[in-house]
Design a protein around this ligand. Sequence first.
Ligand code: GN1
Ligand code: MG
Length: 687
Amino acid sequence: MKYCIGVDLGGTTVKVGFVNIENAEILVSGSIPTRAPRAAESVATDIVKLIRRLASDSGYAMEGALWIGVATAGIVKNGTVLAATNLGWNNVPLSMLLSRMTGMQVYLANDANAAAYAEALFGVGEGKSTLVALTLGTGVGGGIVINGKIFDGFNGFAAEMGHMIINSGGRECGCGKRGCLEAYASATALVKESRRVMNLYPDSKMWELVGHDADKVTAKTPFDAAKAGDYAALSVIDDFINNLAYGISNVINLFQPSVLCIGGGISAQGDALMIPLRDRVSRLSFGRKNIRTKVTVARFRNDAGIIGASMLGLQEKDKENMSIAEKISENFKIEGEVVCSVPYGNGHINDTFLITTRVNGGEKKYVLQRINKNVFKNPDLLMKNFALVTEHLAKKIKATGGDPKRETLNLIKTFEGSDYYESPEGDFWRMLVYVTGSKCYDKVEEPAQFYESAVAFGNFQRLLEDFPAETLHETIPNFHNTPDRFKNLMAEVERDSFGRLSEVMAEVEFARAREEFAGTLEREHAAGRLPLRVTHNDTKLNNILFDEQTDKPVCVVDLDTIMPGYSVNDFGDSIRFGASTAAEDERDLSLVNFDIGLYELYVKGFIEGTGNCLTEGELRMLPVGAIMMTLECGIRFLTDYLAGDTYFKTSRPKQNLDRCKTQFKLVSDMEANLDKMHEIVNKYAQK
Ligand code: GN1
Ligand code: MG
């Protein structure tokens, strides 16, 4: 297992943990008092002692760790603590000190920044590349992650959001200035303001809650009193939330992060804080319905520092990744010079980068992909498919007056004239033209999008109707052969290589009870009622690019699994992913429901898109296709979970199990709605 060491260095306590780098799980941890202020050498010596003690207690060697990361109070730049009031330090080269003592690579960051990094990678950001974290405590701490990296300004002073001025000439702040967010939205400010209002309202419920002792007021006091309907407390909370909303809205307007999370004791108030806060933020900040920053409570409480610290080395690895992408780009006939490359998209299989080049003052964008060799055993034949299919599509799009430069993928050749580049490491890379002005959705945001995606996937199938199936290489044999997927699951159940079986018995039983059903489509095919067509085979909503302006589908992507298959599976895979009320890996199953309204929209669109060419046998099997693809996908996630998560990319522990559970929940929902699902198909099939 790969692990690293995280150190959370605060004014009162030093915490150390050994952390699994794959899933951010803390393997072992411990803490000691900091006893600040004292010399950095002596604190560093104690840190190393603690690391060694944890190592010998747990059996994880210090030297076996990939690196040591330190999250510290204070301003940090280039491995040096420039200033840390709580530690009493100035210009301490802490990275160098620790690395001399341990012989290991040491990374250093400010603690709030490290906490934001933890949230972005493994917390509520779930791998998203842009996130802002605010911690409401003694002060208001902030951390910013942009494009997967901590942003700390040129001098390390950035992200001090607590000192954003939200009220000119307002309340005095600890920093000596007036009107800072911290003077309104920290726990300290809330306590102070509660006391002030209590003095104005001697009969406020808050007095009762603290036994008439103003010293006992905490940030919880006004929230508790407000819940009991106390007018004075309600006004304190209302002001507090308003001011916090100003600060947050300013931050959102600046960064538009995909997630903004709130940590610190006050965040434990949950809905009482978050519901009114979200409401005000949505009114105060820029954004459009459904494409707004998600404002939420942070995931990691006391461990954010350790986890964020332990992951700091990943930023360097990221840089390596970037430079690989830049180097690979040199082999393709792209225009201009590469100026930027960032990980792109949410695919579970290939590694994708968005490459930006500079050309005569302008910019061009490309998509660079490393083909997953573990999944696609013959990248050469895969790329032959890719080239043939996209050529075919381009011709047909052109013939009907469309724009083949945007409506299908366009491969960029290498300087040797090949459709892909094989690196000296044996990796296979391809380069595509980026479809400008496009975006994709991981979840249906407007019902119309889902209907349009159905027309697009249906139409895609029609465009491939006359594609010579015999020229296609089968990139993944038995890809949608559900009985075969079932067999693979049983083989993993038998092996139970990671000892996870006992935990998933209910899911295994769920699959077992549907063994007979799993063969339905194969039987229909054998009976001549279900034709093979050239199909896409991975018709998730996020495999369609939508036009940013018109919100209409532009281009179907992810062409690696185009193979002979059943139309009902293409239909079904879309339903599986898009007609659900929650994300594929939602942990709260009460949020995961089959949305029959969306199903109906998709049925309508798909039948239209395929140009009414579906046979009676196909139409009859559409609902079965939906259940089948959902069941099959659940089986695949479960199989991968049992096999140690080697097929689908994961960004947190048990993600594949969570994915399996959502699929099985949807299967149950659909089974209960089967009659209605058939009726809906009949309704549109007759027209
Ligand atoms: C994979 O690559 P991506 O994320 O579009 C998978 C599909 C699954 C899907 C589940 C080649 O698709 O079959 O349905 O994840 N692709 C492959 O989200 O296995
Ligand atoms: Mg994809």
